[in-house]
Ligand binder design. Structure first.
Ligand SMILES: NC(=O)c1ccc[n+]([C@@H]2O[C@H](COP(=O)([O-])OP(=O)(O)OC[C@H]3O[C@@H](n4cnc5c(N)ncnc54)[C@H](OP(=O)(O)O)[C@@H]3O)[C@@H](O)[C@H]2O)c1
Length: 244
């Protein structure tokens, strides 16, 4: 309890799914967590439902909009302080995800949210992390950022490979400045993103795959490591999911 007391955390895409699981876990460990997403309702619902030592703060953000990103982090700096831990969990996929079916405009939209959005959020927090020689960024990539699996589709895989490369390249740049970056590559997790699958996912399957708290537990242990220890990458998948 309270192992993360005094840590300021921003979870982008924190209203639902994996982000919400991580926000809850870190808040229950005593962190001062702010969750961001486009819709206010899920953010508020999470805050209300979590009996954490410090109440979860909420602030809307659209990572496809640079001005919105700036506003979110300006508010954070003014009302909370410097970001100690940033979790990039905002992400989308599209239903028509093969090259044959997808609308080319969706290429821009998915990359803008999944890749550029994560880059821009990182860009907001890194200067103060470097100055203070302390900070952790957790990027929720995907197994689709390691293998171009058909389940993910063309642009989702491209966006997650971008996130993978960005996290690794920036981690190497800042490794002597006290800043750590972890790319997390989950396999299938039972979250609302599954509602956008081309083939509906059965309840039985949802119950058999990873749950948001499985990812959250790993992220908490990464947050609790001493500053000398960094986990650059971690793959976690349902036991039953193929990994080749
Ligand atoms: N579930 C899986 O099987 C799985 C596996 C590997 C990786 N992932 C990754 O995990 C991350 C979280 O996804 P999830 O599975 O937890 O699904 P989710 O519940 O749909 O979470 C995605 C979150 O991102 C937010 N978001 C979407 N577009 C946004 C934007 N433009 N600006 C700000 N926030 C935005 C959504 O809130 P709003 O709609 O309110 O903005 C939502 O809360 C994603 O990056 C996803 O690619 C998921």
């Amino acid at each position: 309890m309270n192992q993360l007391q005094g840590k300021n955390v921003a979870v982008i895409g924190g209203g639902t799914g994996i982000g919400a699981g991580i926000a809850r876990e870190l808040a229950m460990a005593g962190a001062n967590v702010t969750v961001g997403g486009r819709r206010r309702e899920p953010l508020e619902a999470l805050s209300q439902a979590t009996a954490s030592p410090v109440k979860i703060r909420t602030h809307t953000i659209d990572v496809a909009d640079n001005g919105s990103i700036e506003t979110f982090f300006q508010d954070f700096r003014a009302n909370v302080g410097d970001v100690d831990i940033l979790v990039n969990s905002a992400g989308i996929n599209i239903v028509k995800r093969t090259m044959a079916e997808m609308d080319p405009d969706e290429w821009d939209r998915v990359l803008r949210i999944n890749a550029t959005g994560a880059y821009r959020c990182m860009h907001q927090v890194l200067p103060s992390m470097r100055d203070r020689r302390d900070g952790l960024v957790v990027n929720i990539s995907s197994v689709a950022g390691k293998r171009a699996i058909s389940l993910g589709g063309v642009v989702y895989c491209a966006s997650k490979f971008a996130m993978t490369a960005m996290g690794t390249a920036v981690a190497n740049e800042v490794r002597h400045e006290g800043v750590r970056i972890t790319n997390v590559y989950p396999g299938e997790v039972n979250t609302p993103i599954l509602d956008n699958r081309p083939v509906p996912v059965s309840q039985e399957h949802k119950e058999s795959i990873l749950q948001p708290q499985d990812i959250a537990g790993i992220v908490l242990s990464i947050c609790l490591l001493p500053p000398r220890a960094c986990v650059p990458e971690i793959v976690i998948k349902p036991t039953t999911q193929e990994w080749v």
